[in-house]
Ligand binder design. Structure first.
Ligand code: NAP
Ligand code: F7E
Length: 327
């Protein structure tokens, strides 16, 4: 039985990846942060009693800022595959907390890579790199596009990208960079723009709120569906050698168009409900991200299936269902 270790198992991608790996027969180990309230909501449906002799999902406390814990965990679990997904992943927040973002999203990667090297296991490593690394470089963006990050988050991810590549080149590690464009789902954090808007459209349709406050409506993003992207991560680690791949839909959607899709799904006129709040502007914005995923299609047989208009509908319907269930 293959054994995987996932950092960031409680996040959007961690939860879908855990479902995928369990369905493939893996034993899955996940690192969770100690917190005073439960942070395991996204994987609650997968929880297995530690007393179950057939337990295949095991959770361990740990943190990206704690090197010695990463060493003891790698030593204990000795995974065949490591998916490094944990990060302070919010771009706007990274301007408020640049040092913390650098420490977790950037140096946290080095701590993990170094823990693997110190323990000396032969494992395959996935680095959650991001289209935010391209930043100001105009689209379309591929594996060959130069990086020009526009936030502390983007800069931290560029550092993590090069550390993963360096461990591949310097130490012969099977290390992969998945350069993923925005991917969304009903499990997306509530403060990312797609979920925020889908949630607001549903709540406004049900009379729970009247307005949603947003920043820049002109930004262009390439929004795909998260469950398809975790399949791509897995495929990257099954390849013959470690490499770097872009995953994206190749489509361009503005925030304004996303608003139109979501409000359209509940038959509302968006202009009556959307208000501007400068709090949501960023000191430096990434104007346009549109990915070219042809390498992943050619080498991994991966292609995005769900396009942004369908995705908006999926997310609004999920919000409506949750509101109905809570009644
Ligand atoms: P997410 O929902 O924000 O999840 C982040 C995960 O990291 C959570 O499990 C979080 O734990 C954990 N974490 C944060 N700080 C930590 C720390 N100091 N120690 C240990 N764990 C920590 O992110 P996501 O959307 O699933 O994305 C997964 C990865 O892909 C991230 O690295 C993100 O930067 C990257 N990425 C995402 C996208 C996207 O569009 N979603 C695109 C490109 C790259 P808690 O649950 O306790 O907060
Ligand atoms: O913003 C604009 C905002 O926060 C998208 C992360 O997963 O994807 C994500 O980063 C756009 C930006 O995602 C609001 O200015 C307008 O242009 O949903 P977001 P992001 O910054 O693209 C990348 C690939 C990652 O790697 C990151 O981890 O929407 N925008 N008004 C707003 N954004 C937010 N959050 N809230 C607003 O009210």
């Amino acid at each position: 039985m293959k054994r995987a270790l996932i950092t960031g198992i409680t996040g959007q991608d961690g939860s879908y990846l855990t479902e995928l790996l369990l369905s493939k027969g893996y034993e899955v180990h996940g690192i969770i942060r100690r917190s005073s309230t439960f942070n395991t909501g996204r994987i609650e449906h997968l929880y297995q009693d530690p007393h179950d002799p057939d337990q295949r999902l095991v959770l361990h406390y740990g943190d990206l800022t704690d090197s010695s814990r990463l060493v003891t965990l790698i030593e204990k679990v000795r995974p065949d595959e490591i998916y490094h997904l944990a990060a302070q992943s919010h771009v706007r927040v990274s301007f408020d907390e640049p040092e913390y973002t650098g420490n977790t999203t950037g140096v946290g990667t080095t701590r993990l890579l170094e823990a693997i090297r110190m323990v000396g296991i032969d494992t395959r490593y996935y680095q959650a790199s991001s289209s935010e690394m391209f930043g100001a470089t105009p689209p379309p963006q591929s594996e060959e596009t130069p990086f020009y990050p526009r936030s502390p988050y983007g800069a931290a991810k560029v550092y993590g990208y090069w550390m993963a590549r360096n461990y591949r080149e310097a130490h012969g590690m099977f290390a992969v960079n998945g350069i993923l464009f925005n991917h969304e789902s009903p499990r997306r954090g509530e403060t990312f723009v797609t979920r925020k808007i889908a949630r607001a459209a549903a709540r406004i349709a049900q009379g729970k709120e009247q307005f949603v406050y947003l920043g820049n409506l002109d930004a262009v993003r390439d929004w795909g569906y998260a469950p398809e992207y975790v399949e791509g991560m897995w495929r990257m680690l099954q390849a013959e050698q470690g490499d770097d791949y872009v995953l994206a839909t190749g489509t361009a959607t503005t925030v304004r168009e996303w608003v139109q899709y979501c409000f359209g799904a509940v038959n509302l006129d968006w202009e009556s409900h959307v208000r501007f709040d400068e709090t949501y502007l960023r000191p430096t914005e990434v104007d346009a991200l549109i990915g070219d995923a042809s390498k992943a299609e050619k080498l991994l047989g991966w292609k995005a299936q769900t396009m942004p208009d369908q995705l908006a509908r999926i997310m609004v319907e999920a919000e409506m269902k949750d509101l109905d269930a809570a009644r």
